[in-house]
Write a protein that binds this ligand. Structure first.
Ligand code: FES
Length: 260
């Protein structure tokens, strides 16, 4: 809604509803909610559930853009509703439309089945595989090596990128931007002892070459991360996998020494 408009006292929240026990297909239901400048979209959903219809079903937990559970599709874009002001998404008639994340099976109302999302995450072994010479105190990693990770560790696994991806819309076999971002984090981490094995796994038909570079993941990410760039880096590293493995093995010999 444009800033020049006086703030209305109520907003119309159009919510997609679907109860598999009663509905053949999803439908839109409208609710009037009170509006202030501070009302978030999650506040509006809480109001509906508490005051208008207790059967409305949605996920949320932290309310601080940390847990990633409240990702939904608002006016056609994926976002975290706990950090999105309702006024920002209202149209000229003070309306907003909220749907579940697209391309995933709906369990009820705004709750989707994220099984494929988590299965792909597991597939890339998102944990650190340490070298044999784990130091008693600490690894010594340089600021440049940390910088190279592009803040990928700040991903909160909300699923906004995954369900914005047009490849995921076609096939759940694709690893997906969320899991490839985690794989990037491990492949680039100088402490990880299995970059070659990881790159070999990502090099198949459902891996890095399946990305169509449409950039929807970047647009959807509430943490301003860049999965597309991470995927591009993984592609380049996959092409020189053996040399990269040797480079990593050399680096790990000095991981316990002070960084010059
Ligand atoms: S409720 Fe945790 S990220 Fe929104």
């Amino acid at each position: 809604m444009p800033d020049s408009h006086p703030l209305p006292t109520t907003a119309t929240v159009r919510v997609q509803r679907f109860n598999p026990d009663n509905d053949k297909k999803p439908r839109i239901q409208e609710f009037k909610v009170p509006l202030t400048a501070d009302t978030t979209i999650l506040d509006a959903l809480h109001y509906i559930k508490a005051e208008l219809d207790g059967s409305l079903t949605f996920r949320r937990s932290c309310r601080h853009a940390i847990c990633g559970s409240c990702a939904m599709n608002v006016n056609g874009r994926n976002m975290l509703v706990c950090k999105t002001p309702l006024t920002r998404e209202l149209d000229q008639q003070a309306r907003v439309t909220i749907k579940p994340l697209p391309y995933l099976p709906i369990i009820k109302d705004l709750v989707v089945d994220r099984s494929s999302f988590w299965e792909q995450y597991q597939r890339v072994k998102p944990w650190l595989i340490p070298p044999d010479n784990v130091p008693e105190k600490e690894f010594r990693v340089s600021p440049e090596e940390v910088e190279a990770l592009h803040n990928a560790e700040t991903c909160i696994m909300c699923g906004a990128c995954y369900s914005a991806c047009q490849v995921i819309a076609m096939t759940k076999e694709y690893i997906g931007p969320h899991a490839l971002l985690k794989a990037f984090l491990r492949v680039l981490d100088p402490r990880d002892a299995a970059p070659g094995e990881r790159l070999a796994d990502l090099d198949g038909g459902d891996g890095v070459y399946r990305c169509h570079t449409i950039f929807n993941c970047i647009d959807a990410c509430p943490k301003n991360l860049n999965p597309t760039q991470a995927i591009e880096t993984l592609r380049k590293l996959a092409q020189k996998r053996q040399a990269y493995e040797v480079e990593r093995a050399e680096r790990q010999k000095t991981l316990t020494q002070p960084v010059k």
